[in-house]
Design a protein around this ligand. Structure first.
Ligand code: PMV
Length: 306
C-alpha cells in the first residue's frame, strides 16, 4: 500500500493566553513551521515508529488510541514516521501538530471522510488524555490554519481574515513548562477567584477588541492591545525576567507593542512592528539575548501532501 503523508502547522497565541483555559476567547495564528506524519502498512505485520523531531511520542500513541476507539479499527501493523521543520523547543505547538497530523493520516489511511469538527474533538480528546489540561486552541489552529477566533473551549471556532501581519518573534532561550504554569494559575484562581476572574474578563475584552482591529489591519492598535494583555499576564505572574527584557528591547527599538505567547515562563515573545522597523527590532531582541525566529503567520491548516 502507498504511503500517506499529512502535514500540520505550528501556532502562536496572539491574545488571550491562560484566559482561554477558562472558556474565554483567544486569537491564534498558524505558522509556517510544519510537522508531517507518514503512515503505511508495515511489511512484517508489526507496528513501527520512527519519529525524529518528536520529543514526546505519547501524542502519537494517544492519537492511535482515539482513532481505534472512534473508528473501531485495529491499526496494528502500521509504520508511522515523522518529519519536523520545528526547529528546537520554541513552544510552537509541535504536540498538537503531531496529534492532528497523525489522526488525519489515519483517517486517510482507512478512507474516512473526516470533517474539521470531528477531527478537532478527536485531537482534543487525545491531547487531554496525555497532558490533562489545555484549552484545545492549538489543535484547532493545526486543523483550520490561518488566524482563528477560538472561544468557549472550541464551541466557537471562526477564521479571522486579515492582511499580512507584521509580526516579529523572539525565542527566550528557555522551554516553558506549560502544564506546571497552567496548574499554578489554577491554584491562584482557587485562592483569589475574584481577582483572577477580573483579569480573565479584562483579557477577554482586549482579545475581542484585537479581533476587530486585526480584521481592519490596524496593527498599531493590535500592538497596543498586546501591551495591555501583557500587563495582565504579568499580574497573573506568568511572565519572566527574560521575556520582559526581550519585550522592553523590542518596544525600545520601535515595536508598537509586545507580549509573551503561550503559557509564559519561557518560549517566545511576539511583537507587532512597523515593517520599516523590523530590522532594528530584530537586532534589539538578539542583543537582549533572544533568538529571532523567522516564521510566517496565517499558514494553511492540516493537509495531505503529495
Ligand atoms: O505553552 P503553549 O504554547 O502550549 O500555550 C499554552 C496556552 C495556555 O493558554 C496557557 C494553555 C492552553 O491550553 O490554552
Amino acid at each position: 500500500m502507498n504511503s500517506i503523508t499529512v502535514s500540520a502547522p505550528g501556532k502562536l497565541l496572539l491574545m488571550g493566553d491562560h484566559a482561554v483555559v477558562y472558556k474565554n476567547p483567544c486569537l491564534v495564528t498558524a505558522v509556517s513551521e510544519r510537522l508531517s506524519v507518514s503512515v503505511t502498512e508495515s511489511s512484517d505485520g508489526a507496528s513501527h515508529f520512527l519519529t525524529p523531531g518528536v520529543s514526546d511520542t505519547r501524542f502519537i500513541e494517544a492519537a492511535l488510541a482515539v482513532a481505534k476507539k472512534h473508528w473501531r479499527q485495529s491499526f496494528d501493523a502500521l509504520s508511522i514516521t515523522t518529519q519536523s521543520m520545528f526547529s528546537g523547543n520554541y513552544g510552537l505547538g509541535s504536540s498538537a501538530a503531531v496529534t492532528v497530523a497523525t489522526l488525519f493520516a489515519l483517517g486517510e489511511y482507512c478512507r474516512k471522510q473526516i470533517g474539521k469538527k470531528e477531527l478537532f474533538s478527536m485531537a482534543y480528546e487525545a491531547i487531554l488524555s496525555v497532558q490533562r489540561v489545555g484549552s484545545g486552541f492549538d489543535a484547532a489552529s493545526a486543523i483550520w490554519g490561518g488566524t482563528l477566533w477560538y472561544d468557549r473551549l472550541g464551541k466557537t471556532i471562526t477564521t479571522v481574515p486579515h492582511t499580512p501581519m507584521p509580526l516579529v518573534v523572539g525565542f527566550s532561550g528557555v522551554k516553558a513548562d506549560t502544564p506546571t504554569i497552567v496548574a499554578e494559575v489554577a491554584k491562584k484562581y482557587e485562592e483569589q477567584r475574584e481577582k483572577v476572574s477580573r483579569i480573565f474578563a479584562a483579557i477577554a475584552k482586549l482579545t475581542t477588541d484585537a479581533k476587530a482591529k486585526t480584521e481592519e489591519g490596524d496593527w498599531e492598535r493590535v500592538g497596543k492591545l498586546m501591551d495591555f494583555n501583557q500587563e495582565y499576564l504579568r499580574d497573573l505572574g506568568v511572565s519572566s525576567e527574560r521575556l520582559e527584557s526581550l519585550i522592553v528591547a523590542a518596544k525600545g527599538a520601535g515595536a508598537w507593542g509586545a507580549k509573551l505567547s503561550g503559557a509564559g515562563g519561557g518560549d517566545c515573545m511576539i511583537a507587532m512592528v512597523p515593517p520599516e522597523k523590523q530590522p532594528d527590532v530584530s537586532r534589539a531582541i538578539e542583543q537582549a539575548g533572544g533568538k529571532v525566529i523567522h516564521i510566517t503567520p496565517q499558514a494553511v491548516g492540516v493537509r495531505r501532501e503529495p
